[in-house]
Design a protein around this ligand. Structure first.
Ligand SMILES: [Zn+2]
Length: 300
């Protein structure tokens, strides 16, 4: 089935034909076109409804008899780093009924433990497919994560939230989303999930809601499916306004096994977390504030 979507910026109501129940009335056509009625139209209160119906005719859906079609699982591409946030968004995307297509990047990060965690997390989430794209950002470096720059340790909360940290990887989320967009268009997935968070990492410009909104507009301008109007892209960033504690609580509710994840920027050779980098500190505080034990292993 094609994916025709409409979207209402006014009320955030969004519907997509392949998630609605569609029924064909009678066995005839109207004006030479297959005639279908979309049920649950009350869910679609936006102004683009007429467009949506026109798209239906144009795409020539043909649904036989009065058989109702059940909701069809939509595909989503989920960016999975192997960290706590990405494990949580995998669980959220699964709860929302998406077929999970996980995308990781071997971008020249300081260690391999993150990618191993990504594989574990994806296996546990029963993803439809998981690919790891090599994309060596060490070619230009410029970050403590991709260059010979020390990872800052034991920074205070005010230090962490003031300015863009040296662990910022230049334009990383723009680069990653661009690759995700390309893969998603091939898959026919119109939904991308990214685990950005503007609360704990307020210093990262590409973790803000404004960035996500702008990227969604770009996706609709930059792709064949967006330009032809056969679908609308949606960038999901369900963690963007949550604290680390809230993210962990939500993940636990959804059954995420955080022992599979890896957050530390600077682990020891055995993969144990340092406990002192920004990422470790935020993770430890998140679990502590949630009243939970962090299952990660730390260097003593
Ligand atoms: Zn660490």
């Amino acid at each position: 089935m094609g994916s025709v979507a409409c979207e209402s910026p006014e009320n955030q109501v969004r519907c997509r034909l392949d998630s609605l129940r569609i029924i064909r009335l009678h066995s005839a056509t109207r004006h030479g076109k297959p005639f279908v009625r979309i049920r649950n139209l009350k869910r679609c209160t936006c102004r683009s409804r007429p467009y949506l119906l026109r798209s239906l005719y144009r795409d020539g859906f043909l649904l036989f008899g009065r058989t109702e079609m059940n909701a069809v699982s939509r595909k989503a591409v989920v960016l999975v780093s192997g960290g706590l946030d990405s494990a949580t968004i995998l669980a959220i995307a699964a709860k929302d009924g998406f077929e999970l297509n996980a995308l990781s990047f071997d971008y020249g990060q300081r260690h391999r433990f993150e990618l191993e965690a990504a594989r574990r997390v994806c296996a546990a989430a029963n993803v439809a497919r998981h690919i790891t794209v090599p994309l060596d950002l060490r070619a230009f470096g410029g970050s403590a994560l991709t260059d010979d720059i020390d990872v800052p340790k034991d920074r205070s909360e005010s230090e962490m939230s003031g300015g863009v940290p040296i662990t910022y990887v230049p334009a990383r989320n723009t680069i990653f989303l661009s690759v995700a967009l390309g893969w998603a268009e091939v898959l026919g997935a119109m939904d991308l999930f990214i685990g950005v968070n503007a609360v704990d990492y307020s210093g990262y410009p590409d973790c803000r809601p404004e960035f996500i909104a702008a990227y969604q507009r770009l996706a609709n301008l930059a792709t064949k499916s967006g330009v032809e109007g056969t679908a609308a892209w949606k960038i999901h960033a369900p963690l963007v306004s949550l604290s680390k504690t809230e993210i962990i609580r939500q993940g636990i509710e959804l059954g995420v096994d955080y022992s599979l994840t890896h957050s530390c920027y600077d682990p020891d050779p055995k993969g144990r977390s340092c406990g002192h980098c920004d990422s470790c500190q935020l993770r430890m505080k998140g679990f502590a504030d949630a009243g939970l034990v962090d299952p990660a292993s730390y260097v003593q």
